[in-house]
Design a protein around this ligand. Sequence first.
Ligand code: SF4
Length: 364
Amino acid sequence: MADLPVLELQPEPAGPQGGGALLEVTNLSVTFPTDDGLVRAVDDVSFAVAENETLGIVGESGSGKSVTSLAILGLLPKVAEVTGSVKFRGRELLGLERSELRKLRGDSIAMVFQDALAALNPVFKVGAQIAEAITVHHELPDAEVRDRVVELLDLVGIPNPAKRADQYPHEFSGGMRQRAMIAMSIANEPDVLIADEPTTALDVTIQAQVLEVMERIQDRTRSSIVLITHDLGVVAGTADRVLVMYAGRQVELGTVDEIFYDPRHPYTRGLLASLPRVDGTRGTRLHRIEGQPPSLIFVPPGCAFHPRCPHAQLPDPCATKRPELHALTGLHVSACHFAEELPAMSTEDLAADADVAADEVVQP
Ligand code: SF4
């Protein structure tokens, strides 16, 4: 596939971190007022993403992972109260004028959404929509824009890209639409790409292709990727580090090896035990974390996970004291009162530990 020509972009101001964190999120909280009370969708979340690094953010629906990404991009409605700090190359984004944020969005920081069909406008040709993503930030001759559109479609693995550029979204398959949206997101070679469940609606083959496209793009552009997913399996082969969220809070953060081979939070262990295994026998039972995530209006006191946790010590301290993030080895942190005492476990042990429910799901 063709290499993209390098656009003559304005050089970005150097950040205080030098080659360190491109994106720094510190004590980020997001609250929405509702008729039933305040929803604390994100509660004191901090992380940083370095150049060329992929951070996976994992959690069930309602864990706050998508709201975190929308807060970073300034895409939340005005009623949302956002506190804390979000810095891109050392520049504070929270409180920035919308016009300034618009300049950054799609250029320095871009987003890939879950639903490509909804994100692409059905009445405009795919090529025209990618072209607009370029021209909104850069004045270029039409021919140059057209060449770049075709090259972008080629880069994300769309066959016959010149022809496909002149087609409408409904003429693309689901996987091709997702790749077209990635092409649109990387049109200006952003420094940070935030992908929110980019593969959820796709079958495993197309999912692997889309993840491979993102990896290839990262190799070329050295961009940072924030990969948001409910599926730990998606981050296994893609992410450098993993942040696990539950009920709007971060519960564990570590390298992909730390999270997969030495998880130090019972929720992370439950997610791991729920993964189908490639070496699993057909018909063997998958495990699930018993219970449901809490309403974000009525988050349980103490540790929010305690009603579902097989290791909870009740009432003290698990239902009375909110666990702080404990530093473990290196940059590995866990918000569990017993993070250090949890026994090391094999994958089989994890499944047994996950408080197996009677109505387990059968592995296909
Ligand atoms: Fe379970 Fe208690 Fe740890 Fe929370 S603090 S994860 S309830 S053991």
